[in-house]
Design a protein around this ligand. Structure first.
Ligand SMILES: [Cu+2]
Length: 216
C-alpha cells in the first residue's frame, strides 16, 4: 500500500517522461540541521534561471491517502496544475479541508475515494487537516518548477534528469524555524553533491484522542 501511495508522487518528482533517454544532470543533496541531524521531509526546488520553466506534462497526479487516521505522505511537493487524490483507506470517515490561500477546499465527510481530485493551481504552501480528527495534518508545497525532490528518512534527496544550466535552489520544510535563503547552483553533466543546512524541528506525531480510538 505504501507503494501504491508513493508511486504517482515519484512520477511527478521525476517531472520528465520516463521513456526519455537523454542523460541530464543529477543533484544529490543531503539536508541536515545546523547540528548535523538529517532532516526528513525537506523539499528541494530547482528553478531554471535561464529559459522558460517547462509546464506540467501528462496531467501530473499525486495521492495523499488517509490510513490509521493519518495523512500519508505528510509532505507532498507538486508542480502547479497537479491533481491530487485523497483516498480514504480507513473504516472511519474523514472530512478533508484547507484554509490556505493557494488552495481553499473541502471534501465533506466521506469514505473511500472522492469522485474528484483536488487540483493545486497556484504556487504556495497548503496546510491540510481533517475536521473530525484534529491531529491529522498534511502539507502540500505547490511550485512552478518541475524540478524538485523530497528528502527521505536519511535526509537525502536525488533530483535526476535535469537540463544542464543554472538554477535557483530553494529549501523548505513544514517545521522550519526560518525560511532558508535561496542559493544559485550550476549543474553540468557530472552529478553534483550538496550539503544543505535547514534549521527545522523534527515531526512529533500528535496523540490520537481516546474518543476516536473507541470508535475506530
Ligand atoms: Cu479524519
Amino acid at each position: 500500500m505504501f507503494l501504491r501511495a508513493s508511486l504517482p508522487a515519484l512520477l511527478v518528482v521525476l517531472g520528465l517522461p520516463l521513456a526519455s533517454s537523454a542523460a541530464g544532470a543529477t543533484l544529490d543533496a543531503r539536508v541536515a540541521t545546523p547540528a548535523g541531524k538529517p532532516v526528513p521531509g525537506a523539499v528541494v526546488v530547482l528553478e531554471p534561471l535561464a529559459g522558460a520553466v517547462p509546464a506540467a506534462k501528462n496531467r501530473p497526479h499525486a495521492v495523499i491517502e488517509q490510513r490509521g487516521a493519518e495523512f500519508s505522505p505528510w509532505v507532498t511537493v507538486v508542480q502547479t496544475g497537479t491533481a491530487v487524490d485523497f483516498p480514504n483507506n480507513d473504516t472511519v470517515r474523514h472530512h478533508v479541508y484547507s484554509f490556505s490561500q493557494p488552495k481553499r477546499f473541502e471534501i465533506k465527510l466521506y469514505a473511500g475515494k472522492p469522485g474528484q481530485p483536488i487540483t493545486f493551481d497556484k504556487p504556495g504552501e497548503v496546510v491540510i487537516g481533517c475536521n473530525i480528527h484534529d491531529w491529522m495534518e498534511a502539507y502540500v508545497l505547490v511550485v512552478e518548477s518541475p524540478y524538485f525532490g523530497k528528502t527521505g528518512p536519511d535526509g537525502q534527496v536525488r533530483i535526476a534528469n535535469l537540463p544542464a544550466g543554472r538554477y535557483r535552489l530553494q529549501l523548505w520544510h513544514p517545521l522550519q524555524k526560518a525560511q532558508a535563503a535561496a542559493s544559485e547552483i550550476e549543474l553540468a553533466a557530472a552529478p553534483a553533491r550538496l550539503n544543505l543546512v535547514l534549521d527545522a524541528r523534527a515531526r512529533e506525531p500528535k496523540p490520537h484522542t481516546a474518543i476516536d480510538q473507541d470508535s475506530y
